[in-house]
Design a binder for this molecule. Sequence first.
Ligand SMILES: *Cc1c(COP(=O)(O)O)cnc(C)c1O
Length: 440
Amino acid sequence: MRLRESGDQRRQVPRTDTVLTDARLASASSSLGRETVKEAVAQAQERARRGELSPDAVADAAAESLPRRAAALRPVINATGVVLHTNLGRAPLSDAAVEAVLAAAGHTDVEFDIETGNRTRRGQGAAEALLRAVPAAEAAHVVNNGAAALVLVATALAAGREIVVSRGELVEIGDGFRLPDLLESTGAAIREVGTTNRTTVSDYEAVIGPDTAFILKVHPSNFTMQGFVSSVALEDLAGLGLPVVMDLGSGMLAPDPLLPDEPDASTSLAAGADLVTASGDKLLGGPQSGLLLGRADIVERLRSHPLARALRVDKLTLAALEATVRASMTPTWDALRRSASELHARAEGIRDALRQAGVAADVAETVSVVGGGGAPGVELSSWAVALDADLAAPLRRQDPAVVGRVERDRLLLDLRCVPEDLDDALRSAVVAAATGHPGA
Ligand SMILES: *Cc1c(COP(=O)(O)O)cnc(C)c1O
């Protein structure tokens, strides 16, 4: 009896060709690839053969099991309270930047003058936007990231020569990458001056000579030193008669009262830096990119160096960067500016909704940070929804994934970096994670 039944089942399981005519599966074939879809169909057929699935439901089951998007990168709700989280993609793009990316995704005039039909310099729009935002800069060039900007400067200006840097500024930028190693990989030599905590002008004066290519000043963007410390101001370095390059790290173009200790491009150039380097995806709040701003002759040397071709940025990056620089607000600065009282009210609203759905929840006062991307030591008072720590893993498996932080056996979902329009998605994800069912 059983055997005959399963024999019937087997005969009834629809053939692959038939299942693939389903409209959802046909369209998924073109976006996700035929192999992925066939695999999903084969698995659904196998379940039907085992009797776990009605033969009529094979196409539905295959469609439901398909990946929701063509790239494995999954959207994340950043509830860590770290505004610029490198592992979570640093700065989220603004709506304007996303629109610019979409518009540039096809063929576009990235190196073409629509008026004359001639070739133009790549990335002109982004460079012009940067120069409008930083009038103290004579010229601008964009490369792949902050590290690439430094490598280009070191290679073009100092290969076979010396870069003078204070011992207090030889930083590790993260993931084991150290600035001195990066610079020396270009063939330039690092000439260290001063001590970890104190460096004076005379330390620089004592070592500069014919072999010195430039003086590098690095913003310690991921740590602070307190106590018996001193470093030399840009104004004083500028008086030493050599080019001064300032690695800002964070990419602020102008000062902002919210982060008074964070250096910016305009102030640094006005103080005498000949060139500044920075990241586009830290406090500028744009796409991953490396900015080089400053003296026209230096920028031209960088631009025309062969290595510049290897560090060239993509049209999508240029589009997002230009849109970011033109706009006055970015999601990064929205997150930095959210007031604790606003976050408190939102946390209470989510807590109440969760309790109504039967999920144990509290609110907790907490502290957000800017992140490795800048402003070390700055603490922003914030509010979180506090949950059972066991929810951390199931929440990460939601789509979008929710990443919080576990503190003293509680999972804290810090709302500072969560745009308000994601509160419902956050609440649904928590309900789904707590009940194992899709959220309300
Ligand atoms: C982050 C940082 C870099 C590296 O920039 P990326 O864009 O991450 O490559 C270099 N210098 C400083 C001071 C930084 O903070």
